[in-house]
Structures are given as C-alpha cells and as structure tokens.
Design a protein around this ligand. Sequence first.
Ligand code: BJW
Ligand code: ZN
Length: 268
Amino acid sequence: MSSGELSAYSDEVRRVAERVSKARRVACLTGAGISAESGIPTFRGAQGFWAGRRAEELATPEAFARDPEDVWKFYFWRRGLLREKRPNAGHHALAAMEAKAAEFTLITQNVDDLHRLAGSRNVLEVHGNIWIDRCTGCGQEVRRTIEDHSDEIPWCGACGAMMRPGVVWFGEMLPDGVFERAQSAAGNCDVMFVVGTSSVVYPAASLGSWAKANGAFVVEVNPDDTPLSGVVDVRFPFASGAVLPAITNALSAIRELNRGSVSARGAG
Ligand code: BJW
Ligand code: ZN
C-alpha cells in the first residue's frame, strides 16, 4: 500500500479525527485483517488459516468431538506461529487512541492477544483467546503463555477430562455477557470503527450496522469491500497499519491545536 494512495484521503482522515476528538464514546470492532501486517494469516481467502479445508472441518464442536487431535494440531500450529509475532502499527494506533479518548471499547474477534500486547486495556474478546485451555468436563480454564506452550493435548488437573482451546467455534454461544457488552458499546458510541473484518460471521458482523442504526458515525478500514461497506459513513480501502496511525496522528494534532488555542485565550 503506497502512502500516495492514502494521502488522497487526507480530508477523510481529518474528518474522522475531528469526530473522534469530539466523541464521548468510541468503539472499534477488529478482525483478522488488523493482524495480517503482523504476519498472521486471515481466515478467508486463498492463504487463509483453513486453506484447503472447510472451516467447519476445524472450527466446530462436532469436528472436535470427531477428531480432537486434528483440531488441537491446528491450534498448536497457530500458537507456534504466534510465538514470533508482535503487534503492528494498527494495534499500537488503537491503543494510543484509547489513551486519548474519554471512553473507548475495543471489541475483537481475534484470539491472538495482540491488542493487549500493544497496550489496549478495555478489550472484549468475543471469540475467546487462543492461549486459554478450557476443560470439556468441569469448564476450568488454564491460561497458557508463550513460554509454557507445548504440543501435547492438555488434560484437566481438577477432573481429568480433556481440555479444548478457549475459543468460540461455529454454532457455539459467545462467552457469557461479552456480546451484550459489545452490543451496548456499539449501540451507545458516537464513533464506531470496523477494521479488518469480512463482516460475514455473526453475531459480531451485526455490530457495525447496530452502531449505525443507533446514530454512530461508522468508519470502515479494509482494502476490500464487505457487506457493511454500503452503510458506513467513511470507508478507507487501505491497510489498517497505514490508516489507523494517520488518524491517531491527526487526532494528536487536533488536541495540540486545541490546547494551543486554550492557552492563547488564557494568556490574552
Ligand atoms: C485487512 C488487511 C489489512 C486483510 N488491513 N484489513 C446464517 C445467518 C447468520 C448467522 C448464521 C447463519 N448460519 C450460521 C450462523 C451463525 C454463525 C455464522 O455467523 N456463520 C456465518 C459464516 C454464516 N455464527 C456462529 O455460529 C457464532 N455463534 C452464534 O451465532 O451463536 C448463537 C447460536 C448458537 C447455536 C446455534 C445458533 C446460533 C459463533 C461464531 C464463531 C466464529 N469463530 C471463528 C473461529 C474462532 C476461533 C479461532 O480463531 O480459531 O472466529 S470463525 C473465524 O471467523 C474467526 C474469526 O473471528 C471470524 C471472523 O473472521 P474475520 O476476522 O472477519 O476474518 P476474515 O478472514 O474473514 O476477514 C479478514 C478481513 O481483513 C478481509 O475482509 C480482508 O479484506 C481484510 N484485510 N488485510 C485491514 N492489512
Ligand atoms: Zn475439568
């Protein structure tokens, strides 16, 4: 992505930053696209995580019941991949935006933990977290770290049942209360960003239009069109690692300008 292309959107960048600077509440929904620039494959598309296999073959409770080893292998491989990955400029820009905003909720479909590593604090993980093992018997959860990751199927220390990855598969409910909080953040915000998601997996895919229906200014960041593209107020057809820092920088410039005019008034 050349910065030349994004520079043609400088008015939009400023307009969005102005909206954020005046907003009381900002929300952001992210998907796999924001982590693409960290070297993590997205789900859909030729190079996607389940290239050559149907998602339903790996990301359903039925698949796990049929062949847990096969499903665990997929998750061990992804944990291994994540060990070397770091947040990128898009993750960092959202953490910086949170620090500047009055109230900021980051809703992520990603399970990779990169938002937290970048410093985001108010994070709702609607599809769980890949570093959690959850017991299929008693529900006990164990949080793995990059250091204590192993490729052995884990068994529960409390009840002896097999553990599974602490993520949300197709046909499963989202973690208790988390989607309700996400829906409330989207429905009550002034500005909503929808970043790096194909907007096809529900219920997360409903959050952008929910925000719009409740009066938010909705901004989409995605090189490709999605089912949401037609309803957003501003669409940036570029990589999030380029767009989000540009918005955060414009926001800082607005804040500086406002501070300057306040102190000039104070002095005069
Ligand atoms: C960039 C970029 C760059 C690239 N910068 N952008 C019919 C209608 C409505 C709903 C359903 C339906 N049939 C079934 C359902 C329900 C189902 C569903 O939505 N299915 C659809 C596929 C139709 N949903 C569910 O089952 C959910 N649960 C549920 O509904 O519970 C209620 C219920 C229970 C029981 C019965 C009935 C209802 C659960 C969904 C769980 C999704 N789980 C996964 C796996 C998580 C674990 C793991 O990681 O392994 O979540 S699937 C996968 O998709 C993962 C993702 O979070 C999710 C979304 O994908 P995402 O993030 O959008 O990635 P991509 O790859 O699709 O898109 C990347 C985008 O980035 C692209 O657009 C690129 O252009 C862009 N991009 N580079 C910015 N640099
Ligand atoms: Zn157990």
